[in-house]
Design a protein around this ligand. Structure first.
Ligand code: PMT
Length: 378
């Protein structure tokens, strides 16, 4: 298989939704998400966040016989960022729609994934005289760690504050994103969009997907893929003009993080880009946003996210902020800064602070500020 990029016209977002069929189950999932949003909209002041997770796939056959998963850049992510962040959003009182790829990590159960902490290792058998009445308990050495996770999980279940919705392909993802945004837009500024999914830049449109098994005796396999439309633009400017939108930028070269994040802000006009370098993503991230309420971006779009909160340097999580240019500011969050400040520990499985705890804490301020700015104007 060879990989080349040609210059054919990319799909517009509108063209995409006109030509690509909605996936099976879309209606049912959309109704669920809509009901969830309506339920929490009725609760005064309740904030709702959409967390997108992991990376959608695409298939080259209508019926998948052998899966081919192309790793364009580094695109298959376990979903740690989203699953972990969702837990912290819940603990901060948000209702969470968790839009994730099938089999990616999930809030709470992520602590016990099959590779990290197989659940059978947590259990012990309490023997009895007859083997049929033996019981199973969590081994005492694991109980202390499991207890707070289980409590938080039960709390999310009984309160109904977590809704998980699965996708598999890029097509599922795009249709679901559009549907959930249509429901969440009515929340106005109470809605936050935390787009941690790594969405493939290329996909196979329906008309190019093979109907029958591809025969290997016919030679090499060539694939011509189309560009996935850039839905960030309509998302920000049409689908949810009032939502607080956080996108992510992943790079392998740290030097590109800030320029690329600024470019995304400028292009789409949303509120915040969180930059992360592949190998350092669990240790540090950078928030890139507009520096002053009145400043405009340099790109080709109208800027909607022109209200930014003050930098919170010196917060108890040890955030360091330093505006560099007139138009943008960057705020680095680093776990090392916490350690140097002697921070007492966090809510991670082994009592460690996770970078997502810092991220969510920072976002609370910004989202509240975004909501208050609207209230002040009214
Ligand atoms: O699962 P982990 O191991 O914890 O990894 C988490 C992560 C590193 C994947 C995550 O933190 C991250 O950086 N995700 C975004 C990766 C990226 O570079 O995305 P992008 O440049 O393709 O897209 C930019 C933004 O637009 C992203 O927020 C993406 O979710 C969003 N997007 C992009 C295209 C599209 N069609 N729809 C989108 O919503």
């Amino acid at each position: 298989m060879s990989a080349t990029v040609s210059s054919s016209e990319p799909f517009s977002t509108e063209g995409y939704f006109h030509t690509q069929r909605p996936p099976a189950g879309l209606e049912e999932k959309s109704e669920k998400m809509h009901a969830f949003v309506e339920q929490w909209k009725a609760v005064k002041g309740k904030k709702v966040v959409l967390v997108t997770v992991s990376s959608p796939a695409f298939s080259i056959l209508l019926i998948v016989i052998r899966a081919v998963e192309l790793q364009y850049r580094w695109s298959r992510t376990p979903g740690t960022r989203g699953a972990t962040s969702a837990e912290y959003f819940l603990s901060q009182g948000y209702a969470v729609i968790f839009l994730h790829r099938l089999h990616s990590l999930r809030p709470f159960s992520r602590h016990y994934s099959h590779s990290l902490n197989p659940f059978l290792d947590l259990l012990s058998i309490v023997p009895s005289s007859s083997s049929s009445s033996s019981s199973i308990v969590v081994s005492p050495e694991h109980t202390q760690t499991l207890l707070p996770i289980l409590k938080a999980y039960h709390e999310s279940q009984s309160s109904g504050t977590l809704l998980s919705v699965e996708f598999q392909t890029v097509n599922d993802y795009l249709w679901l994103l559009k549907a959930v945004t249509a429901s969440m837009a009515s929340l106005g500024r109470r809605g936050m969009y935390y787009l941690a999914a790594a969405v493939s830049d290329f996909f196979l449109p329906e008309e190019k997907v093979a109907e029958h098994k591809i025969q290997s005796n016919k030679g090499t396999l060539s694939l011509e893929m189309d560009q996935v439309p850039k839905v960030m633009r309509p998302l920000v400017q049409e689908w949810t003009p009032e939502g607080y939108i956080v996108s992510f930028k992943l790079e392998t070269d740290t030097a590109l993080l800030i320029p690329k994040s600024r470019a995304a802000l400028s292009r789409y006009g949303h509120q915040l880009v969180i930059g992360n370098e592949l190998h350092r993503r669990k240790h540090e991230v950078v928030f890139v946003e507009r520096a002053t309420p009145s400043s405009k971006g340099t790109g080709d779009d109208q800027i909607k996210g022109s209200v930014t909160p003050p930098i919170v340097a010196g917060s108890d999580l040890g955030v360091v902020g330093f505006p560099r240019k007139e138009e943008y500011k960057e705020t680095w969050l680093r776990l090392d800064d916490l350690k140097n400040d002697g921070h007492a520990g966090g809510k991670g499985r082994d009592g460690e602070v996770e970078i997502e705890e810092m991220i969510v804490k920072e976002l609370l301020n910004r989202h509240q500020y975004w909501m208050d700015a609207k209230a002040t104007r009214e």
